[in-house]
Design a protein around this ligand. Structure first.
Ligand SMILES: *Cc1c(COP(=O)(O)O)cnc(C)c1O
Length: 448
């Protein structure tokens, strides 16, 4: 019996007792390659010695001091480090304890900014379908994951909704990529106009959509077009990099590859790499300056913001990423993973699309490659694959509802940055076997 309210109330999960490098171990002694880093969290793998040592040093010095009385050296140093490596103009950091808290803080900061500069009539957010921004009420409201939202929808704030940038399914056969991008941007422009261009606070989006779509970046020109559109109307652009940020895509921030700088950016999962719960909002200097010159404070706060242990862990993780020059490594290993995924799955009639950046990859399953028809949602293929992959000794992050919150299945891979080519071979082999087993079990042929 367990007194914990687990994610599934139907069964208690296996007990994890240890981890080292890319592996996790359960109580029965079985080893798993952690090919998803949980939910794209464990960027350095498990038991990284420099991070462990930094956490030990911090706990021996100071575990906690409330931020209404004190700052700490470690929080200051982490903020300095993040700002030194941030997109252009991002000069200030607000620390929280996770991704949802980061999104909530960003939404409130965006609203307060407009109150401070005399535009209190701005009250709307615009965001995309098939996105995820967290599970607290504000974050859930801006998120476009229909399954997660459904029962809470009546108590969520109203958010303007536009299409995701999901080229594999939504670009028409007779449409160039450029025309598709222009159509997406025109829809956003129309939504701004509909709500009132002087009534919108911000547009919120993931530069590379994570769990909900399975590692999908927008087509070329989308983010520069979006940036220009927001600037035209004085609307803020909030990039949610909770999953795709901190090196996951091969650059410290995913927006670097889009050549733009957002007004606010949320980071979390790879910031602390799972060693401590931590998230943050990075802000353009003018936003913080408006609050400083206006009311003099950001009207927000939690008990654990700027937690010294969390800051120590995150600082150590980020220093290892810099010291070991892991960004070129992520790109190199990512290119290798891409090649191996294509080698293993291109002949599979049920793998419709393989997409991603860096060490962030999605494999989308289809009933039929030509029509892109999904499998029957009732089969819950994603859940079967997750269980079978785990039995095969590999942890991956499959999700259903890829297309509309209900239909479609994909598998997300987000291995630690330190993974080797031979370990990636094992990941692809074990995942491939799991997919074959599950497809055969459900009466689908695994080979063309
Ligand atoms: C996971 C995630 C969140 C929520 O983060 P939590 O730490 O789970 O609260 C928000 N946005 C994105 C893009 C995420 O992937």
């Amino acid at each position: 019996m367990s007194h914990v309210i687990h994610r599934s109330l139907a069964k208690v999960p296996l007990v994890a007792v240890g981890g080292k490098g890319v592996q996790l171990f359960d109580k029965a002694g079985k080893a798993y390659i952690d090919a998803s880093g949980g939910a794209a969290v464990s960027c350095l793998g498990h038991a990284q010695p420099d991070v462990m040592a930094a956490m030990h040093r911090q706990i021996d010095q100071l575990a906690y001091a409330h931020t209404s009385f004190f700052t700490t050296e470690v929080q200051e140093e982490l903020a300095d480090h993040l700002v030194a490596h941030a997109p252009a103009g991002m000069t200030d950091v607000y620390f929280v304890s996770g991704g949802s808290e980061a999104v909530e803080a960003a939404l409130k900061m965006a609203r307060q900014y407009f109150v401070e500069i005399g535009q209190p009539e701005r009250t709307h957010f615009v965001a995309r379908r098939q996105s995820y921004h967290g599970n607290t009420l504000g974050a859930l409201a801006v998120g476009g994951n229909e399954w997660r939202r459904k029962q809470f929808a009546p108590i969520l704030m109203d958010v303007g909704r536009v299409a995701p940038a999901y080229e594999y399914r939504d670009r028409r056969a007779d449409e160039s990529q450029q025309a598709y991008t222009a159509r997406l941007l025109a829809e956003i422009d129309a939504k701004f106009q509909e709500l009132g261009t002087d009534k919108v606070i911000a547009f919120v989006a993931e530069p590379v959509v994570g769990a909900t779509l399975g590692a999908i970046a927008a087509p070329a020109g989308y983010w520069t077009g979006l940036r220009a559109l927001c600037d035209r109307y004085g609307i803020l652009l909030i990039a949610d990099e909770v999953m795709c940020g901190m090196g996951r895509t091969g650059s410290l921030h995913a927006v670097e590859q889009e050549g733009i700088s957002p007004d606010l950016m949320t980071i979390a999962k790879g910031l602390g790499g799972g060693y401590q719960p931590i998230g943050a909002v990075l802000a353009q200097g003018r936003i913080v300056e408006a609050m400083r010159k206006g009311s003099g404070l950001f009207q927000h706060g939690h008990t654990y913001i700027g937690h010294p242990m969390a800051a120590a862990a995150a600082l150590a993780v980020q220093k290892v990423i810099q010291r070991d020059q892991l960004m070129p490594q992520v790109l190199a290993r990512g290119a290798y993973l891409q090649k191996q995924l294509h080698a293993r799955f291109d002949t599979n009639p049920h793998v419709g699309d393989i997409r991603g950046r860096g060490l962030f990859w999605g494999v989308e399953l289809v009933q039929d490659k030509d029509s892109k028809a999904p499998f029957d949602a009732a089969l819950k293929l994603h859940a079967q694959i997750k269980a079978q992959a785990m039995a095969n000794g590999v942890l991956c992050y499959p999700m259903g509802g890829t297309i509309d919150g209900k239909h479609g299945d994909h598998i997300l891979l987000a291995p630690p940055f330190i993974i080797s080519e031979s370990e990636l071979d094992q990941v692809v082999e074990r995942l491939g076997d799991a997919i074959d087993t599950v497809l055969a079990r459900n009466g689908a042929t695994a080979a063309a």
